[in-house]
Design a binder for this molecule. Structure first.
Ligand SMILES: Nc1ncnc2c1ncn2[C@@H]1O[C@H](COP(=O)(O)OP(=O)(O)OP(=O)(O)O)[C@@H](O)[C@H]1O
Ligand SMILES: [Mg+2]
Length: 333
């Protein structure tokens, strides 16, 4: 009897997805995020999906894996698979310039305060990098020429803050809108009392309304499990597993669906020879605990340690033989 090997995509509910669907891959550095992203891209392309692999991780190695030239150019890496490495520093400079122009116009006094290099000041502002990532993410949700976007996310801390940002922005935009509404109504009342013409249309209020609907839209997409899936990857070691527990907790708080946990580079029987059996067993038990503490429970994919570290699209194809199992549901469910 021919045994059909499991596929990573079996761990995701792709049949019910709304397109374009965004898969965010998170996990500690070096655990196999890029490899898992490539493997998912291959499997989805085989199913006839048009895939875009987008790396937001500056040290993500996507280009090396695909043997591609420099960043920021989207290329067809294989039939049905497009790929792009974002160059966040360059984009950050552009966004900082936009903001600093706006600030200079609104607050000419900045120069007098000695804040001459407004671009640099904006770039150093807390949360600025996250804002740039959010802009990229938002543009990826708008893609209509692909079915699935697989995002190789930046390091966990930043990735989680990016996901949290639309709600935070929405909170502030709402408060600003309330304030502006008060100001506009007072201006209107004063103008009326003085018998002057008052402009009912307020450009600031209009801009705030625009921002509100943009962030509401994005939040709706990130929180919609049919539009967004997060895949968390770990190797069976304490720190990568701990990072998955942080990802699971934070995503639950932000109401974003963690759909699959991938245990990668699992040694299995070979762990015993290396004296790593106990560590591996504990790590896998912990991943199972994390998975089963969530409702709905994400699936678990187990990938064995390959004898040769994968470093190309072809290696990601060969990885198919190393996918040991996909577990769905939990006993307690
Ligand atoms: N199943 C596997 N067996 C053996 N080696 C693997 C396996 N999966 C990944 N690797 C190797 O582990 C290293 C890290 O993998 P990868 O680049 O996919 O991880 P990453 O999480 O994207 O890393 P980074 O944070 O540096 O971007 C690479 O050298 C890769 O070849
Ligand atoms: Mg990577």
């Amino acid at each position: 009897m021919v045994r059909t090997l499991p596929q990573l995509i079996d761990g995701l509910d792709q049949r019910v997805w709304r397109l374009p669907h965004v898969i965010m891959i998170m996990g500690k550095g070096g655990v196999g995020k890029t490899t898992v992203g490539l493997r998912l891209a291959i499997e989805l392309a085989r199913l006839g999906r048009r895939v875009l692999l987008a790396s937001l991780d500056p040290a993500g190695h996507l280009l090396e894996y695909l043997g591609l030239p420099g960043p920021l150019r989207e290329v067809e890496a294989a039939p049905g698979i497009r790929a792009i490495q974002y160059e966040v520093d360059g984009l950050a400079r552009k966004v900082a310039e936009e903001y600093s122009l706006l600030l200079r116009r609104l607050m000419p006094g900045l120069q007098a305060l000695g804040v001459e290099d407004v671009v640099e000041t904006v770039r150093e502002a807390p949360g600025f990098e996250e804002e740039v990532f959010l802009r990229i993410l938002s543009s990826l949700y708008e893609r209509r020429d692909v079915d699935v976007v697989i995002v190789d996310m930046p390091p966990t801390g930043i990735a989680l803050r990016v996901v949290a940002l639309p709600r935070l922005h929405l909170f502030w935009v709402e408060r600003l809108r309330e304030l502006r509404e008060k100001i506009v109504s007072i201006k209107y009342a004063i103008a009326n009392a003085l018998g002057r013409h008052a402009e009912a249309d307020d450009p600031v209020l209009r801009r705030l309304e625009e921002l509100r609907s943009r962030y509401q839209g994005l939040l709706g997409e990130i929180e919609d499990p049919l539009r967004t899936s997060v895949v968390a990857v770990a190797t069976p070691e304490p720190l990568p597993v701990y990072e998955v527990s942080v990802i699971a907790k934070k995503l639950q708080e932000h109401r974003v669906a963690l759909k699959m946990i991938v245990a990668n580079r699992v040694l299995g029987e070979r762990a015993q020879q290396l004296g790593l059996e106990e560590m591996e067993r504990q790590a896998l038990t912990r991943l199972e605990e994390i998975r089963c503490s969530l409702r709905p429970s994400p699936s678990l994919a187990v990938i064995a340690h390959m004898s040769r570290p994968p470093s190309s699209l072809r290696d990601a194809e060969a990885l198919g033989d190393y996918i040991l199992k996909i577990k769905h549901g939990c006993k307690r469910e």
